[in-house]
Design a protein around this ligand. Structure first.
Ligand code: PGA
Length: 262
């Protein structure tokens, strides 16, 4: 019979919407010295801003080789760290892949799955993304499932249908699994383009996603796509937007902190 400790390690916690979540996605950027400086600035900022009321939980999702660096620098700080992808396999002959248990070995709690760059550049299917979410959950990691339509799909009036199709195999994992995840809505046409969805456009899709989810208290839904200090406030004020997934602006400590302080 497994003991309680093992059980606990193998189950990701339920995640509530009570605290907003601001996650940085560094993508394939950084170096040991760049990361040191960025993490130092973020930690210093969080410590000084918390006095002035930073309510968001901050997480940085770093490239795999820098997980140990993030673990070392962020231990005993309020900033958490995560990975950007995970294998569906537990171990074996999968050259180049990283398993969920390897991530938890670092004390990692978060992992992005199904980012549009993985879906597009690595042909990840909706089903594979759901399998990755399941692999993460089974190891005790909180998966952040990214969904979003392309410009062509939006222009064809298919935005909602695409989101529903992408989420279907994830929702099929069951309500208990879904309460242990985060969903990030990232319209592909807004990623790295400087073109943000208007707060209303984002809210409309977030409301669609919210209606599909099993609980109004769990499964935060983040918005991502060219979030900057000057648009974060309006986006985060929308009722179904629970925080942000930040790419480019998460590489600049002052911008990341400003976004998280909205
Ligand atoms: P961006 O990226 O903020 O640079 O648009 C967001 C993302 O891809 O997660």
């Amino acid at each position: 019979m497994p003991n309680m400790t093992d059980d606990k390690q193998m189950t990701a916690p339920q995640i509530t919407r009570s605290q907003s979540l601001v996650m940085g996605n560094w993508k394939m950027n950084g170096s040991i010295s760049f990361n040191n400086q960025l993490l130092n600035e973020i930690v210093a900022g969080v410590v000084s801003v918390s006095a002035a009321n930073m309510t968001a939980q901050l997480v940085v999702c770093v490239p795999a080789p820098y997980l140990a660096q993030a673990q070392g620098r962020l231990a005993e700080t309020p900033v958490q760290w995560g990975a950007q992808d995970v294998s569906v396999h537990a171990k074996g002959a999968y050259t180049g892949e990283v398993s969920a248990s390897m991530l938890t070995d670092f004390g990692c709690c978060w992992v992005l799955v199904g980012h549009s760059e993985r879906r597009t550049l690595h042909a990840e299917s909706d089903e594979l993304v759901a399998q990755k979410a399941q692999a993460a959950l089974s190891a005790g990691l909180t998966p952040v499932v990214c969904v979003g339509e392309s410009l062509q799909e939006r222009d064809a009036g298919l935005a909602e249908a695409v989101i529903k199709r992408q989420l279907a195999p994830v929702l099929a994992l069951g309500p208990d699994a879904v309460k242990r995840m985060v969903v990030a809505y990232e319209p592909v046409w807004a990623i790295g383009t400087g073109r943000t969805a208007s707060a209303q456009q984002a809210q409309d899709i977030h409301a669609v996603i919210r209606r599909l989810l099993p609980s109004s208290d769990h499964t935060p839904v983040l918005y991502g796509g060219s979030v900057k200090p000057d648009n974060a406030k309006t986006l985060f004020a929308m009722p179904d937007i629970d925080g942000g997934l930040i790419g480019g602006a998460s590489l600049v400590a002052t911008d990341f902190l400003a976004i998280a302080s909205q």
